[in-house]
Design a protein around this ligand. Structure first.
Ligand code: ATP
Ligand code: MG
Length: 349
């Protein structure tokens, strides 16, 4: 099927997903990038509950042939965590082979940092998380399930191909340095594979500073010396955990954006790091910054770097002025914050 270069697929999803996607779409609209939005309104928990499947083959085709996809959140307390979310997110990531999870971490304002020491605050790094294998590959099983003798196994699957390509991606987005994070001292086989692939990748990219940390040491250093990092590259599960840690260092889930990419095919799925947040869904106070900043990553992916920077400046200005939602210490609603960002974007500068 041929690609449609001007079409963006949008999956608002569940919970706060549609609430935060709305201001993100308004941002895309005001920038007048000439893109057409193809909103897949029915990819959500309601559809899954009534039909047993939320993402049809036709939806997948629309996504595959679009330039990029913007997703709010999928998840529903009625459905638990696994089958439904996997049927959408894991399917998208594996069908489109979106192996690189790109999570920039930047402190938008001093006030948002939980760290007291000023020198530790100017965090500006990227977590690159392998997105298709590792401990989340879905390989494993259990025997004597439910009995006191139960044995459960989840395979930590790593391939030379998978590890090498995520390391190369990390170097491709680095400005100064790349730090690889693993647990090769305890997780032997995968650890040794990562180490071998790492040494090969370092040889391919001699122009960067490089370092290696075990994941426990990396967690500690991210708190004690976060400004030491430029790009951190790691496997699926460590990346999941460390990126929540870095999100907290930079103001919380309300500002954490991400991209799921395949640099070879140029496919991309852009989404806030947070989930559907059922505890605040419907109350109108969800922070739209993570979705808006994910849209900025999408805009940059489409080749509009200046517009993406304008969106980031608009968010920074809203934060600076304290015109933010309660999670960042403000009192504005999702819609009001969206309006502040739009007003900033409309200002001539
Ligand atoms: P899911 O199962 O879809 O991942 P969850 O219950 O894990 O949902 P998250 O969305 O991961 O919830 O959010 C975790 C916590 O952070 C919740 O208490 C939620 O209210 C808060 N939170 C997440 N996103 C936002 C946001 N955009 N604005 C404000 N608070 C948020
Ligand atoms: Mg969650």
């Amino acid at each position: 099927m041929s690609g449609d270069s001007k079409r963006i697929t949008v999956i608002p999803g569940d919970g706060i997903g549609p609430e935060v996607i709305e201001p993100a779409l308004a941002v895309l609209d005001v920038l007048a990038l000439g893109v057409r939005l193809d909103v897949l309104d029915q990819v959500n928990a309601e559809t899954y509950l009534s039909t047993g499947s939320a993402l049809s083959p036709a939806d997948l085709d629309r996504i595959r042939t679009s330039e990029a996809t913007l997703l709010g959140a999928v998840g529903d307390p009625r459905l638990g965590d696994t089958a439904y979310v996997r049927s959408v997110l894991t399917t998208l990531r594996s069908e489109l082979d979106l192996y690189a999870n790109y999570r920039p971490v930047r402190l938008w304002h001093d006030r948002l940092s939980p760290l007291r020491d000023d020198t530790r605050r100017a965090i500006d790094c990227v977590i690159v998380r392998e997105n298709t294998e590792g401990l989340y590959s879905g390989v494993g099983g259990s025997t004597r399930t439910g009995s006191p003798q139960e044995i459960a196994i989840d395979v930590d699957l790593n391939t030379h191909h998978g590890v090498s390509r995520i390391l190369d991606f990390a170097f491709s987005v680095a400005r100064r340095s790349v730090c690889v994070v693993d647990k090769a001292n305890a997780v032997r086989n995968g650890g040794q594979l990562w180490q071998r692939c790492w040494h090969e990748a370092v040889e391919r990219h001699p122009q960067f500073d490089t370092s290696h940390l075990y994941v426990d040491a990396a967690a500690m250093k991210l708190v004690t010396d976060p400004t030491a990092f430029d790009v951190i590259v790691t496997n699926n599960s460590y990346g999941d955990i460390l990126s929540d840690l870095t999100a907290a260092l930079a103001g919380g889930l309300g500002v954490a954006a991400s991209a799921n990419l395949n640099p070879a095919t140029r496919q991309g799925l852009f989404e806030p790091v947070h989930g559907s947040a059922p505890d605040i869904a419907g109350t109108g106070i969800a922070n739209p910054f993570a979705a808006i900043l994910s849209a900025a990553l999408l805009i940059e992916h489409l080749g509009h770097a200046e517009e993406a920077d304008a969106v980031r400046r608009a968010v920074a200005a809203a934060v600076e002025a304290g015109r933010v939602t309660p999670d960042l210490g403000g009192s504005l609603s999702t819609k009001e914050v969206g309006a502040v960002v739009l007003a900033e974007l409309r200002q001539p500068n």
